[in-house]
Design a binder for this molecule. Sequence first.
Ligand SMILES: CC(=O)Nc1cnc2ccccc2c1
Length: 449
Amino acid sequence: TTAPEQTGTQDRKVGVSKAQDSKGALIETQPVRGTRDFAPDDYRLRQWLFGEFEAVSRLFGFEQFETPVLESEELFVRKAGEEITQQLYNFEDKGGRRVALRPELTPSLARLILAQGAGLPLPAKWFSIGQCWRYERTTRGRRREHFQWNMDIVGVPGVAAEAELLAAIALFLERLGMSAQDIVIKVSSRKVLQAILERFGVPEDAVGPVSVIVDKMEKIPLEKVEEELTELGLSKEAMDGIVAATRIGTLEELQQLLGEGNEASQELQELFSIAEGYGIAEYLQLDTSCVRGLAYYTGVVFEGRDRAGQLRAIFGGGRYDRLLSTFGGQAQPCAGFGFGDCVILELLQDKGLVPELPHKVEDLVMVLDEQLRSKAAQIAQRLRKAGRRVDLVLESKKMKWVFKQAERCGAERLIIVAPDEWERGMVRVKDLAAREEQDVAVDALLEAQ
Ligand SMILES: CC(=O)Nc1cnc2ccccc2c1
């Protein structure tokens, strides 16, 4: 008998694909479900957006880092019912390792911080832009990857860290042409829920899982939320207390609910006061319904929304003081945010704020006679070494094509290497904007810019 892998399935599979190849069937040209290609036009827009992420991060004195998209699965195995861990893009590799495509960047940051050891100068202000993955059931046809910008501050216990992060986001939004008229940043604290649960004798470690459930309040019916809270073992009174605590919209109401001296109230009051200093207070709105769906937050949490309320969260973040210690490392106070690349682009489109980013070179160089190809190469090289972007026509083309190409690449000048002019040490230069042509000495090419 043949080994299982040699049975018909093997042959049939090979047979079918052979047959298709013989007909020369086109391979699938679309990317894998839930993923995107970035053809040049898309890539320019993405590079522009990421350039803004990086520029703001550097203005705030943050340092860039990167970690692999592939991580040990253990980084993301949390028992709090988060959607992000239920949709883990995980598998066993050929070495039998349990690995996963990262669904977020924060655990990798925590791992890298711990890997630096006790010698790492604090505070660490790090940022990264990385692709994150989830395995969505195809039913919802949602994307399975996106890019996230993260900024994190490790080693600062006070809300000055959260204020700094919010100021970075506000500066980013302003650089893109938006303001507090367009975006609201809902701010709250996990310590509100913590105080409520304490009041009803619910153990503190329930704050994460309860938050994950409460975070779905906007997306699923209240009955379902209450059902899931009941499954967690919460009493009706505790549930009512939680629901009431998600309906606070002012610091005064919060102080009434939790009492003057409550930590959550005091922290949020300080945060709003520092925000005044940055001039970003008008972005902020206390809203205790904002709990965020990640279990590891322990303090301030925030999320950005479009004021029209049409879109999903633009960004989210908060304080996560226990993540490093749950990884077995030295506890460190941490705060950070994640800013995805999809909702922001939808918002920019809605507001007509997507910039025109055409493909652009300074010079288009061509030869009239193939014998002069090496001369054209020499010309192109000199221009490029002087920092001018040059599109060199690589085969003989009709002038109609050349002018079309000049349009496509936004060339300012068309430089034609032609036999007669070359004899005189000259090339023909068409100024495509002024629609003028002149013969220019090769050595003068870099002056006439
Ligand atoms: C709008 C969108 O594509 N969101 C998205 C897409 N892919 C993800 C992948 C991992 C985690 C979150 C993700 C979120």
